[in-house]
Design a protein around this ligand. Structure first.
Ligand SMILES: [Zn+2]
Length: 109
């Protein structure tokens, strides 16, 4: 097994064993490391923002009869197209007006 310092000091060993020039080899290694850390970064982001079933169930409760709540919010999101935008960009409202059951307007995107 060759350790990096040995390879750095003996670039011809790289050429003999890999068939590519040491300079190209180290560029390839740098690129692989960059990709590796990018993959780790994305994986950690996914873990950080992973939604539990409870979060999704709670979020669903805000997906209808939501006009008052949305108009008091700075941002809202759409389950259908996954866009996040200002509530003043909402295309329209579905009128499910049912005073007896406290159902009002639901945002449409
Ligand atoms: Zn949408």
């Amino acid at each position: 097994m060759f350790l990096e310092p040995i390879l750095r000091n003996n670039p011809r060993v790289i050429k003999v064993f890999t068939g590519i020039w040491a300079e190209d080899f180290w560029l390839m290694i740098d690129q692989m490391e960059t990709n590796f850390y990018e993959i780790l970064r994305v994986a950690n982001l996914k873990k950080k923002y992973m939604f539990t079933e409870n979060i999704l169930v709670e979020a669903h409760k805000h997906s209808f009869n939501n006009q008052k709540e949305l108009l008091e919010s700075d941002l809202c999101g759409c389950f259908h197209c996954l866009s996040i935008y200002s509530p003043d960009k909402i295309d329209g409202w579905l009128n499910e007006n049912d005073v007896d059951n406290d159902i009002g307007f639901t945002a449409l995107c």
